[in-house]
Design a protein around this ligand. Structure first.
Ligand SMILES: Cc1ncc(COP(=O)(O)O)c(C=O)c1O
Length: 405
């Protein structure tokens, strides 16, 4: 059976795929049979010990799980105050948390006798992880990516192609993650008889947000146990994750949702400023709407069109959040903050130079926030950050634009 966590995760979504007022299935009716097939297969496999064993085998052998929890002692000492720890999802094979749900989707595709995986990618981390899972399981792979991101994240594009994936440029609108998602959704609608949509985050119509959360919950389950043994029985006081759609955030939150004393923090990209169009801080500035088949919180213009979004981190350039993140925000369970590009770069350099870890620009948002949160707090207070990915993909871009720090 697919291991999820505690009472909370079993309680949502409801059978229609709603997390409170958010979620559901707002997709063209002709796709409903394919989504129902996915939902039914997943519900059966979720109970299967064989499926969980197959997943565990791949997680250990191919991915290199479990990833450790690590104390950033140098940063903690220099920042002063609360101690900062990281869950090292950057140490996953392919360099980010995305592979946690990619291998799950690949296994699902095999069980459903689909021959192809389709997805969108922003920073290219999801695309590389999916191409890896496809290569391992002998599946075809089609990745949709904004033309701007193809340029910016060229090393990841090369890796996807090496792994045998077909990379398709999305050239509409901003040529970024939203347009890549539109393009991948359309491709899935056309190819749904023989392809499975291995969505890149905890977004989209039911059952995708639930499936992605369940596969990612391995992060939180491991982190909770590791934290308890590392600290002699203490839980973190704060758990911090960057949020685009919410896959890494839901993954780490899943371990702590039933621990009401643990504060959960969502960190969004404030980009260049708080002017609409210059950031991608959906929870801070968005309102309810429908995006990519689900009701959620959407960053939108007055006329309801999704807003243009900006962030230094390609993987965060998305004008929405997953429906479960929207519900947790609505219920007051999440503390939300936004971090500017400038603060992100400063955190990127600080962690690189003082800890010997080059973090992804996405993850650098969460690290920057932890460094803002720590000062002035007692050293007995502990902050756990999901270090969702490594920054190798960002090195060329950072050096070209900011030098070596
Ligand atoms: C390393 C990394 N962290 C975080 C994200 C944001 O996605 P999510 O909100 O689904 O975790 C991405 C997206 O590409 C990413 O590559």
């Amino acid at each position: 059976m697919i291991e999820t966590v505690g009472g909370y995760s079993a309680s949502v979504p409801d059978p229609e795929g709603y997390f409170g007022q958010f979620g559901g299935n707002h997709y063209p009716p002709e796709v409903k049979p394919a989504l129902n097939e996915l939902s039914n297969t997943y519900r059966t496999l979720r109970q299967s010990q064989d499926f969980q064993r197959a997943l565990d085998r791949v997680r250990i052998g191919l991915q290199g799980r479990p990833t450790p929890v690590h104390h950033l002692e140098n940063i903690s000492r220099r920042t002063g105050g609360a101690q900062i720890y990281v869950k090292r999802e950057d140490l996953n094979h392919t360099g980010a948390h995305k592979i946690n749900h990619c291998v799950g989707f690949a296994l699902l595709a095999k069980e459903m006798s689909k021959r192809k995986l389709i997805a969108e990618t922003g920073a290219g981390q999801h695309g590389v992880a999916l191409a890896t899972a496809a290569a391992y399981f002998g599946l075809e792979c089609e990745v949709h990516m904004g033309a701007v991101d193809i340029e910016k994240q060229s090393s990841n594009v090369g890796r996807m192609r090496l792994l045998g994936a077909h990379v398709i440029a999305a050239t509409a609108g901003q040529s970024a993650l939203k347009e890549a998602s539109d393009s991948a959704f359309n491709a899935y609608v056309e190819q749904r008889d023989y392809a499975l949509y291995a969505i890149g985050s905890a977004i989209g119509p039911h059952p995708f947000p639930m499936i992605v959360r369940d596969f990612q919950s391995v992060v939180g389950r491991e982190a909770r146990d590791q934290f308890l043994s590392l600290t002699g029985g203490c839980l973190p006081d704060h758990v911090v994750a960057c949020v685009a759609g919410g896959s890494n955030a839901m993954g780490i939150y899943a371990g702590f949702l039933d621990d009401t004393a643990v504060a959960l923090h969502a960190v969004e990209p404030l980009g260049k400023s708080n002017e609409l169009g210059e950031h991608a801080a959906t929870l801070s500035f968005g309102r309810p709407g429908i995006l990519h088949g689900a009701r959620s919180i959407v960053l939108q213009r007055d006329d309801g069109v999704p807003a243009k979004v900006t962030s230094i981190a390609s993987g965060l350039v998305y004008p929405g959040v997953g429906p479960e993140i929207a519900m947790l925000h609505d219920s007051g369970r999440l503390a939300v903050s936004a971090i500017s590009d400038e603060e992100v770069i400063s955190a990127f350099f600080r962690v690189t130079k003082s800890e010997g870890i080059i973090p992804a620009l996405e993850s650098s948002h969460a690290l920057a926030y932890a460094m803002r949160l720590a000062p002035g707090r007692p050293p007995s207070e502990r902050i756990l950050v999901n270090l969702s990915g490594r920054g190798d993909k960002d090195v060329d871009y950072v050096i070209a634009n900011y030098g070596t720090g």
